[in-house]
Ligand binder design. Sequence first.
Ligand SMILES: [Zn+2]
Ligand SMILES: [Zn+2]
Length: 558
Amino acid sequence: MENKTIARKLRLLSQLMELHEVNPFKVKSMANAAFKVDKLPYPVKNKTAEELEKIEGIGKSTAGKITELLQNGTMAELDDLIAQTPAGVVEMMGIKGIGAKKVAIIWRELGIENLGELYYACNENRLVEAKGFGLKTQDEIRKVIEFTMASNGKFLYARVEPEAKDLLERLKAIFPDGLIDFAGEFRRCYEIISELIIVLGSRDQEIALNALLQSEVIGSIKAHENHITGHLENGLKIDIVCVEKRYFYKELFAQTGDETHVKAVFEKAVDVIDQPVSEELIYQKAGLVYMLPELREGTAFIEKAQNNTLPHLITYYDLKGSLHNHSTWSDGINSIEEMALYCRDELKLEYLGMCDHSKSAFYAKGLSIESVLQQQEEIDHLNKKLNGFHIFKGIESDILYDGSLDYPDEILKKFDFIVASVHSILKMDEEKATSRLIKAIENPYTTILGHPTGRLLLSRNGYPINYKKVIDACAANNVVIEVNANPLRLDLDWRWHQYALDKGVWLSINPDAHRTEGFLDMHYGVLVARKGGLYKERCLNALSLQEISSFFSKKNRG
Ligand SMILES: [Zn+2]
Ligand SMILES: [Zn+2]
């Protein structure tokens, strides 16, 4: 075993000892020993326990630990402490800049158990107010986690978008007469991007390849046949496919849809499609109406394209309001008035739904019954003053472990609408999770089921649910399902939107904003909703103020 490995294990041991509040003197001497071993100019593995003991800064008890590690490959005390700590909390110890003391606060006081939850909390500003943290530490932690998430080569769509668009612009500047477009996952608005594909059509393929190789548009640039590959500064893989102009649309089509989709369309084509002048033409030859890139996943929408019954996909401009948002009353950054003015004046929306956390969400300063009543008074007051813009009184009620909501009925009935979500005890098997959700769906006060699986993309799997049963229950109880637009969530997954729509269920694109800029996440919600085939007639927050008011009051009358 190398000194580095030994040092790392001793360091982890000292951190876990500190986390579990072992005698501070022992913690300190273990940390010193780790430092010492790391710096020794000779391998520790050849030394006997007696020799180790004599090294300055190691001492008898640590020497014993090292010997144990060398003999057994592990240390009983370390194993013991690891067993008492959630795996994600152990992983946090590896983050530069947060020592055991901060991890202890994150875990014990904020109830955060893994990197995904920690990242989410950073994005929701939840660390700023915790003891010993501040905006700067929070930003540093966020960056390190982003780096860790990127190191497996996968990126959230939202993190790729700005740099992808910038790269496309730079390419257009190099090839002003070229045909250039995104393809692959990014053009399909896939939620996770592992590679950014761009198709470039130019008059001369060789010249284009050379021009690209000489440019510095991307890092570690290489040519392979007609592909130019490399990566962006953040590590995202890039593949630029260079073809002659006349093959551009065929290549663009072939590089955009997933494999099954491309194959299925080509198989349907009656004619040879060699040099189509548009993608529309390819679909036409296959007897299909044009399919937007978002819909080119598998064969899901091919039948509809054949019958000319493709949905007219929702757009950002169809949205008339924003439901499910937080304010300073719970864990948000802006006041209700600031949130409302932003919606009215910047986004030109007609209404805002406030849904602060309910009383069980202690980590997010959930509202006591008294606060609910005070908040509703504030909303009444604001509604008088906002000139036709309307704030709906909602709440994001925790779904308790037994599936019940978080307030007695006489309080629940005071809200205009209720988003019901699971926030605690996420470790459940499918049967438990499904029945917990269904119980909440059957509650007559539930209007919207919030982030149905609790997943955090790239970092935390949601609890497993039986999608069909949950969606069927929503259909039976007239409950809307949220498409949570936070780029980390995008939950309900787009793969289930069609099933929900077929069952007559409405969807709602909710930003779950914790500050004014959070509303902008609705953009990402719209993108995945389009992938799911959502159209505005079935999107709750595409209803006008008048329509949604009557939707809510009908629901409340039962
Ligand atoms: Zn929530
Ligand atoms: Zn929320």
